[in-house]
Design a protein around this ligand. Structure first.
Ligand code: SAM
Length: 239
């Protein structure tokens, strides 16, 4: 149950020095002039300087994060994963990559959490520029649709968390779920579809299948995939 993992009470309580020690050394208790700084000040500095910008929801074994890490080395990213053992595996994987490649893979981390409940505890309004929902569990039965990670209600939350212009990437090999995710996004007033030309020019789109463990499995079996990629827009005045 959720009681087994700690949840930050608000985004300023997310401990960046645990996740990204090279960016936020934990022994840094003085400011640039040598004055002692409080934890609150440090978290304020952090808010001004650098925040997590990409979130991979249900990151599984972390393949996407690892590929994005070198593509956007200055961007902080986090994977959110419900399964304890999988989260521990991703942690170890990142530590091994850091050890084997000094200075690299410092911008990625993972946290065990239930993304359907706790996203607002981790991110401020308009903080994220990219959110990923790659090969989420389908929950076929109608009575279980409320457990799907994309729903009209949860899209309100994702729209709150994404900055205007931010992008939500979804992909699945289950056609019915693909139709559902697309319909939810299409029907939401704060998201618009991204043009084909723009998608072709976005290097991240190619990674949705090639970099994720689930995508690789589908490719090996020559399965089809269905993607829906939408941009967070401003509310329209006419409504
Ligand atoms: N995105 C990865 C990929 O493409 O390889 C993993 C896909 S896997 C089929 C779905 C993952 O979502 C699982 O690892 C599962 O534990 C995780 N998950 C399911 N519900 C979740 C939730 N509420 N919060 C966080 N992770 C969740």
């Amino acid at each position: 149950s959720d009681s087994h993992f700690p949840v930050p009470i608000m985004p300023s309580h997310v401990n960046y020095s645990i996740h990204y020690p090279q960016f936020f050394p934990s022994n840094q208790t003085t400011d640039d002039s040598g004055n002692r700084t409080s934890a609150l000040e440090r978290s304020f500095t952090k808010t001004c300087v650098k925040n997590i910008q990409f979130a991979d929801i249900g990151c599984g074994f972390g393949g996407l994060l690892i590929n994005l890490s070198t593509l956007f080395p200055e961007t902080l990213m986090i994977g959110m994963e419900l399964r304890d053992k999988v989260t521990e595996y991703v942690k170890e994987r990142i530590l091994a990559l850091r050890a084997g490649n000094p200075g690299q893979y410092q911008n990625i981390s993972v946290v065990r959490t239930n993304s359907m409940k706790y996203i607002p505890n981790f991110f401020e309004k308009g903080q994220l520029s990219k959110m990923f929902f790659l090969f989420p569990d389908p929950h076929f039965k109608e009575k279980n649709h409320r457990r799907r990670v994309i729903s009209p209600h949860l899209l309100d939350e994702y729209a709150y968390t994404l900055m205007v212009g931010g992008i939500i990437y979804t992909i699945t090999d289950v056609e019915e779920l693909g139709d559902w995710m697309k319909a939810c996004l299409e029907g939401h007033p704060l998201f618009e579809a991204i043009s084909k030309e723009e998608l072709e020019a976005d290097p991240v789109v190619k990674l949705l299948s090639s970099a994720t463990e689930e995508g690789q499995k589908v490719a090996r079996n020559e399965g089809q995939t269905f993607q829906a990629i939408y941009r967070r827009i401003m509310p329209s005045d006419t409504e």
